[in-house]
Design a binder for this molecule. Structure first.
Ligand code: BEZ
Length: 212
């Protein structure tokens, strides 16, 4: 197991999931991916997180993102728990959940942090690009449920900045102004950003979101 850093290739694996055996890279295909771990089945925070992920299915689909969850419990446990999630969160879990009993995926992605808990996975999130490279990592403790609106927001930024010479400023959301990359000269910016840009400082130039 090695620490996974931004820009690394996302480790590939074949795993048993609630939607059958899946080879991760093949399953991702040309899509973006989110792989995220949970401490355990039948736990309250995880129940809300998986329910919310299911409800956001169309938001992920709109962004060409496939979602897969990991927990170190077995298939039978997963199936019973998914029944509970569907019932209590008023949704239908519509993405694969890995039954990672041998901790193969958890180990590959360093999702068990022994100083936090030596058995359960922490709440890890990996966003993976169509090139299979890791674009974002997040690590939350078991006690703190994630904000999936933030995960969608960050995917919007990752996808925008992958294709345009901009970065997104503090608290950016779809439709907000972007900053022009410092490596872009004013001359190049003038052609690259036909909607124009304003220079607040030579290193701080704002332009309307270029893909709208
Ligand atoms: C939960 O998902 O609710 C949870 C799991 C482990 C520890 C604390 C909370």
């Amino acid at each position: 197991m090695k620490t996974i850093r931004l820009g690394d290739e996302a480790p590939d694996f074949t795993a048993q999931t609630t939607m059958g055996e899946i080879n991760f890279h093949q399953w991702l295909g040309e899509s973006w991916g989110v792989l995220f771990s949970h401490p355990a089945d039948y736990t309250p925070v995880c129940t809300t997180e998986l329910g919310e992920t299911a409800k956001l299915h169309s938001e992920f689909e709109k962004r060409n993102v496939k979602v897969m969850a990991v927990s170190v419990d077995g298939m039978e446990s997963h199936r019973g728990w998914i029944h509970d999630i569907n019932e209590t969160q008023h949704t239908e879990v519509n993405f694969p959940l890995i039954a990672d009993e041998d901790r193969k995926v958890a180990t590959l992605y360093d999702m068990i942090h022994p100083n936090a808990d030596d058995k359960m996975t922490v709440r890890s999130v990996f966003v993976i690009g169509p090139d299979k490279k890791v674009k974002l990592t997040l690590t939350y403790p078991a006690s703190t449920g994630r904000n999936f609106a933030e995960i969608l927001r960050v995917i919007d930024s990752l996808q925008l900045t992958a294709y345009h010479k901009v970065a997104t400023p503090v608290n950016w959301e779809q439709g907000d102004e972007c900053v022009i990359l410092p490596s872009i000269t004013d001359e190049v910016a003038a052609t690259e950003f036909p909607k124009g840009f304003k220079e607040i400082k030579p290193y701080l130039r704002m332009t309307p979101q270029p893909n709208l």
